[in-house]
Design a protein around this ligand. Sequence first.
Ligand SMILES: [Zn+2]
Ligand SMILES: [Zn+2]
Length: 354
Amino acid sequence: MAAIQRKKLRACRRATEKLDFFDGLPDDLVVCILGKLSASASSPSDFVSILLTCKRFHRLGLHPLVLSKASRETFAIRAANWSDSAHRFLKQSAGAGNVEACYTLGMIRFYCLQNRGSGASLMAKAAIKSHAPALYSLAVIQFNGSGASKGDKDLCAGVSLCARAAFLGHVDALRELGHCLQDGYGVRKNVAEGRRLLVQANARELVAGLRSMTWQPQLHRLCSSTTTTSFCCPLLSDFGCPVPVPEVHPANRFLREWFGLGRGGLGHKLRLCAHGGCGRPETRPHEFRRCSVCGKVNYCSRGCQALDWKVRHKGECSPGEQRWLEEDGGGEIGGGGGMEMVEGEDDGENVIIG
Ligand SMILES: [Zn+2]
Ligand SMILES: [Zn+2]
């Protein structure tokens, strides 16, 4: 009797093994599951491994609904791995309406591939959907007149974009807006309000830093493996509290790596923003402002300059070496103080940042 039961059980198990329940799932359910997986992918290889699982995952993984939900990290492509297929993947994801893909591809096209029109319109597509980094990047482009001539700077547009990004919680935009108000740059001067925004930016940074304190062991490991030391330096000395520098957006990391590898796009006499977490290059000679004390470093924005001053340049900046004056034929030197910058172009406009 027991032997018959065992036989029946074995037969039943074999029959169950032959059945693949997964095949019975409808496509829309699989797409929904893949959407959740792509939203939590922590790297491009995470997403690729989903596609490589089976033919069905490969087919449905590239469905617009899945691509539209993919996480920011899915598009954190390393510059060394840039290829036509990576470009196609970003393009397909941007076409599916993924704002992170729009922004990342926009930055790459604008700065690395010299396709300014397409890059700016992709960033605008992300900005319309309230993507704060895209709004801030467009603000930087407007402030500098990037991709066009110096006369194409639109300071008012830069301030409005910055204000929108700051409202959405973008700390760099908040800091930039604070400096604009303090200096009356593109907006009516209001020193007290500017100062208030700068304090708010510092406070937000402090909160973000304290939140990430529990991550510090990992951060330190990451930092020890990078060649740039600027990502681990104590920030917010104003508060006497050493906290890690905010995380770098994958698009900025891509830019930094791209130009670090010398993969092209950076023309003669064009310089990179000296802030290690930025990676933006000049699009014409003397586009960026330079430090008025040493004249050795250039920045795309006052936000980058203020941050780099705190984490790195404060310890390196030394007056006296002013050979750059002859080399650049650039703007006038502002009065003392490491937090002062001069326009890179020969318009004599000094911009003081607090
Ligand atoms: Zn910068
Ligand atoms: Zn300096």
